[in-house]
Design a protein around this ligand. Structure first.
Ligand code: FSX
Ligand code: SF4
Ligand code: F3S
Length: 366
């Protein structure tokens, strides 16, 4: 008799989490994915009934920050379920197996789950000088990627390196680094941008695939719209200062202490699409701008070459209304805010409330 495949909920229970934890996780994921409250039931049902997704997670040229971000998710179910239990059938940095045993596991997963597994790629692919700059198990990373992509149902490119080439691709790109979409065609590719991406965003994308069995809506750069449809600038808590023309002029000046806008220090929030200001990091504790550092645009392709990090943009491409920082003052902000749809604002408020509630529940539990 065939054993019934395990569901995510089976794994939640066997991992010692309560039903309440599970439901909290489902609500959080639904909110992050932009699903209306009425759709939470669909997430719960899918995680209770659908078998886990086999995952192969490859590492190319990178710093492993994407894995670090993921395993540091403050939500226990993200780490336990997505990482341990949705099962990583193969991942070079986190699996116990090594050497021939690891390679055998990769081969076995590719054969057993042909056409069904999810391929997650972290890091750039290097094609310079025959691919010598990144070889694993005696093969170039490019060949390993092509081989694994062949039988994959869909591909997730984790982080800027896999989505756009990352720092490795910065001019003059000595190793010939490329993004996944520049190597692989004919497969759905989801770019989960950021250097690294936010853990809850990573989990949200995997849960979306499991729940809906289709890829989420993507923007023109292959990023899931649920997380990348608004600029960092649109959800930044320093935005009222920008609109009022109140800027930090140099690090640690009086205006920095007052929490004014970091635009003049080079903040790329106005041209960067991500949800950092909403979900934040470490259970909603902070994000770069809240720590006093301008956004360096890490969720956009070629951000290393998009001008100096600490010099303000002379103008915002595509956002003529905001012109230059020197002309920004009271009043202009009204126009800049028009692009935020009411739905987006509502979703934001819901996300923030959920994060706060989740923090409060955790505090009450401890
Ligand atoms: Fe790249 Fe991942 Fe930047 Fe690092 O490994 S997205 S260098 S933080 O994290 O690939
Ligand atoms: Fe926030 Fe940067 Fe926009 Fe200022 S320029 S409001 S710091 S995102
Ligand atoms: Fe990256 Fe800017 Fe967010 S630097 S982490 S996109 S605030």
């Amino acid at each position: 008799m065939n054993e019934k495949p395990k569901t995510v909920y089976d794994d939640v229970k066997s991992n010692g989490h309560s039903r309440r934890d599970f439901l909290k996780f489902c609500s959080m994921m639904a909110a992050f994915m932009g699903i209306k409250s009425s759709g939470v039931g669909q997430v719960v049902e899918a995680l209770e009934t659908k078998p886990r997704i086999p995952i192969i997670w490859l590492h190319g040229q990178e710093c492993t920050g994407c894995s670090e971000s993921f395993i540091r998710s403050s939500h226990p179910i993200v780490a336990d379920i997505i990482l341990d239990k949705i099962s990583l059938d193969y991942t070079e940095t986190l699996m116990a197996a090594s050497g021939h045993q690891a390679e055998a596991s990769l081969k076995q997963t590719m054969e057993k789950y042909k056409g069904e597994y999810l391929l997650i790629v972290e890091g750039a692919t290097t094609v310079g000088d025959g691919g010598v700059y990144c070889c694993i198990g005696g093969k170039t990373f490019e060949n390993r990627l092509k081989e694994a992509a062949e039988g994959a149902k869909a591909i997730i490119a984790w982080g800027n390196c896999a989505s756009a080439g990352g720092v490795q691709k910065a001019n003059p790109n000595p190793t010939g680094a490329k993004a996944v979409h520049e190597i692989i065609s004919g497969k759905p590719i989801i770019n989960v941008q950021g250097c690294p991406p936010i853990a809850e965003v990573m989990a949200g994308v995997v849960v979306h695939l499991l729940v809906f069995e289709r890829i989420p809506q993507l923007d023109a750069h292959g990023r899931p719209k649920a997380f990348y449809s608004r600029r960092v600038h649109d959800t930044c808590y320093r935005r009222p200062n920008f609109d009022a023309g109140l800027f930090v002029e140099s690090f640690d000046d009086e205006n920095a202490k007052r929490g004014y806008c970091l635009y003049k220090l080079g903040c790329k929030g106005p041209v960067t699409y991500n949800t950092c200001g909403v979900i934040k990091w470490n259970n909603g504790v902070s994000f770069p701008i809240q720590s006093g550092h301008p956004c360096i645009g890490c969720s956009e392709a070629n951000f290393w070459d998009n001008g100096p990090f600490y010099q303000h943009l002379s103008q915002f491409p595509g956002f003529g209304i905001e012109t230059t920082a020197d002309k920004i003052g009271v009043g202009l902000g009204v126009a800049t805010g028009v692009g935020i749809a009411a739905h987006a604002v509502t979703t934001n408020i819901r996300k923030r409330k959920l994060i706060q509630k989740s923090k409060k529940d955790d505090d009450d539990d401890s």
